[in-house]
Design a protein. Sequence first.
Length: 128
Amino acid sequence: MLRPGRLFLIATLLVIGCEVTDSLSTEVDFGDPYTIAAEDAPPVVPPRLDAEGLHVSVRYSGGCKTHLFLVQFLSRGDTTEIWLHHDANGDRCEALLTNTLTLKVPVRVLDTENVVLLSPDGASFKLR
């Protein structure tokens, strides 16, 4: 059984994690290097947005530590720009990894008329 102090700590960490994942940002920060893999060949899926969230395939170097991708966004009028912030956790391994992610996005992003996914290499993908 969890002690009240530990329960409070876990609850606080969960809340902090939610705030970071759904952050409304004023500056695009992609974090550690990655690319969006957009070819139409398995296991890669072209970026898309639906009620389940953002589906996107990413490529990055690593393989020794857990990597974290967080959805960030900026809304302007009827358009929302979203991007991923990559935290490589200091991974210095050099294997080229490709992962297909499904990430939750805030309801206000889903309610926006125009949604664009920004990529670190300057590309953009119109999702809606």
